[in-house]
Design a protein around this ligand. Structure first.
Ligand code: SAM
Length: 247
């Protein structure tokens, strides 16, 4: 069933107004009509079964709250050093499908892309649209937030209960166990932060700074993954360990 996030809390009159873009999508792309059923998710992250009251005005009537929670039971932050081209957008979409809670764009020393905070701010509406659509498509209860640009020096204020940096040199040294051990220790409700490098990887000095903050190096196995594959590997194993391996 078609799902849309709305920028509102369900009010006593039990109506939502869809955003203009979603009104257009519902009417002209999906070709829905008055009386058809959709799901809307309000700003409290609650999913409601709704009927379309007036498709021209984007007016939706909530029928009942649904007992659906498709979020991971841990908070996950991905700190990702800016890659080249449109890989960042690909990772946004896939990370969202995999359940990420927060995405932070990192400007590390070997990033070819030099992004200022202003340039990043201009891209935010597009990034938010990608995250919203991926959240709707994957049935999530919330849209991940995104911020940038941070440097390694800012990372101290972003850390959680478990903090890992995927480091290619750890993989090369054949010490593969840290990710497994950390996921074994992770408790429901905790916050895990994972940091991934760009195409050129991390400089040793950056890894030392992270280690001094308590961030542990982890391997993602013997093969060196592309910078856009590594975050998806990490988020997949987090999801697997929280939802699939436990069942
Ligand atoms: N230029 C680096 C090299 O030659 O070794 C490779 C960097 S890799 C393409 C990009 C990022 O993905 C790394 O900085 C790291 O965060 C992550 N990564 C890729 N494969 C990994 C692995 N096997 N173990 C740990 N991290 C990995």
């Amino acid at each position: 069933m078609q799902k849309y996030f709305v920028n509102e809390l369900l009010m006593p009159e039990k109506q939502f107004i869809l955003e203009e873009h979603d009104q257009h999508h519902l009417k002209n792309v999906m070709r829905y009509h008055n009386g058809d059923t959709i799901i809307c998710i309000d700003t409290n992250h609650i999913q409601y079964l709704c009927t379309i009251a007036d498709i021209q005005q984007g007016m939706i009537k909530a029928e009942k709250a649904l007992d659906i929670d498709n979020e991971l039971d841990v908070e996950v932050t991905l700190i990702y050093a800016l890659p080249k081209g449109d890989k960042f957008e690909l990772v946004l979409q896939k990370a969202c499908e995999l359940g990420v809670s927060h995405i932070i764009a990192l400007q590390s020393k070997r990033c070819v892309v030099k992004m200022t905070k202003d340039k990043f701010a201009k891209k935010l509406p597009r990034y938010h649209k990608i995250l919203k659509e991926a959240s709707e498509q994957s049935g999530r209860n919330r849209i991940p937030d995104i911020k940038g640009i941070v440097t390694i020096k800012d990372i101290g204020s972003c850390l959680g209960d478990v903090n890992l940096v995927a480091y290619e040199e750890t993989a090369k040294s054949q010490h593969h166990g840290q990710l497994y051990e950390s996921l074994q220790q992770l408790q429901s409700g905790q916050h895990i932060v994972v940091i991934v490098g760009c195409e050129g990887g991390f400089e040793e000095s950056e890894i030392k700074e992270l280690n001094a903050l308590g961030v542990k190096c982890c391997s993602l196995g013997k093969r060196i993954l592309r910078s856009e594959t590594a975050p998806l590997y990490l988020l997949s194993v987090i999801g697997y360990s929280r939802e699939v391996a436990k069942c």
